[in-house]
Design a protein around this ligand. Structure first.
Ligand code: SIN
Length: 292
């Protein structure tokens, strides 16, 4: 990693000095991800536990809770403490609970959810602030189906100052047709959402800048010619997707809930367990309009 990136990591780690008292927090890497212990998400969290879980999310961006035994209502009740629940456009077209998206792969699956790098539903005007994926069934060989997460603050911090300044002048279009029509072949009655967001935004709670384009939803940069937009986006995607220092890898065990801050991370599900099964549900929380 070059010096600018190392300085960003140093600042990030230094900012995280205050101890936790009501929960245990064990970082997965210095820059992203933490395992949280001492919380039963099916019960009522004390205010201090809730505040510390919230702080852990802001500091580590991806938090992992193992051995949780949750009903659908428990899952949603915990998520609701952070805000109003989001209805995923694909779940809106299905029967059943609209606020819990089924995430399931079997021997009959033609694709799995989230197989390419993305942030969730950035085509919305107010994309989810976070998602809580609860995986109950993992592949029976005891491994496979890990999820990769990458830190978009650090992705921005690691760019050179002239590139950062240029990106801050740009906006990009995010289009739901890219994953769901072009990718999965859905033919909805109404068109999926399409919205414009700045290429560099500030996290609404911490104020830190971050890179806000993703291969899953971003179609183009509005101020550039198409060939320029394609080249610039490809450079940024390669930067995000091929820097191991930005990322952590979460290995699922049955009944694990992972909560990611969708405002400042991207993730990719790894389908390396075919023809075995993996199953769970995702609940997402509506966020704010991304702002520069
Ligand atoms: C998703 O993108 O929400 C799916 C992630 C996963 O299955 O690990």
């Amino acid at each position: 990693m070059h010096r600018q990136g190392l300085e960003a990591v140093e600042a990030l780690v230094k900012a995280r000095r205050a101890p936790y008292e009501a929960i245990n927090v064990r970082a997965i890497t210095p820059v992203i991800g933490a395992e949280i212990e001492g919380v039963d998400l099916a019960g009522d969290l004390s205010n201090q536990q809730f505040d510390e879980v919230h702080r852990a999310l802001l500091e580590h961006h991806v938090i992992v809770f193992r051995d949780q035994h949750l009903t659908g209502e428990d899952h949603k009740r915990f998520a609701r403490r952070f805000g109003r629940l989001h209805v995923h456009p694909l779940q809106a077209m299905r029967e059943g609970d609209k606020e819990r998206l089924e995430v399931k792969a079997t021997a009959n699956s033609k694709f799995v959810a989230g197989e390419g790098w993305h942030a969730d539903v950035t085509c919305d005007a107010e994309p989810p602030m976070g998602s809580l994926l609860y995986i109950q069934q993992t592949p029976e060989i005891g491994c496979g189906g890990d999820t990769l997460f990458a830190n978009m603050h650090l992705a921005f911090d690691m760019l050179s100052a002239p590139m950062q300044a240029f990106l801050e002048t740009l906006t990009a279009t995010h289009d739901g047709a890219i994953p769901w029509v072009q990718g999965y072949g859905y033919r909805p009655n109404e068109e999926f959402q399409k919205n414009v967001h700045p290429v560099v935004v500030r996290h609404p709670e911490t104020g830190r800048k971050l890179l806000y384009v993703n291969r899953g939803f971003t179609s183009h940069i509005n101020e550039l010619a198409r060939f320029e937009s394609t080249a610039l986006l490809e450079m940024l995607y390669r930067h995000i997707e091929t820097q191991p220092a930005l990322a952590c890898r979460v290995r699922w065990t049955p009944n694990t809930l992972v909560f990611w801050d969708n405002r400042c991370t991207q993730h990719q599900a790894i389908w390396d367990y075919y023809p075995l099964d993996r199953a769970g549900h995702r609940v997402s929380i509506i966020g704010d309009r991304p702002a520069a």
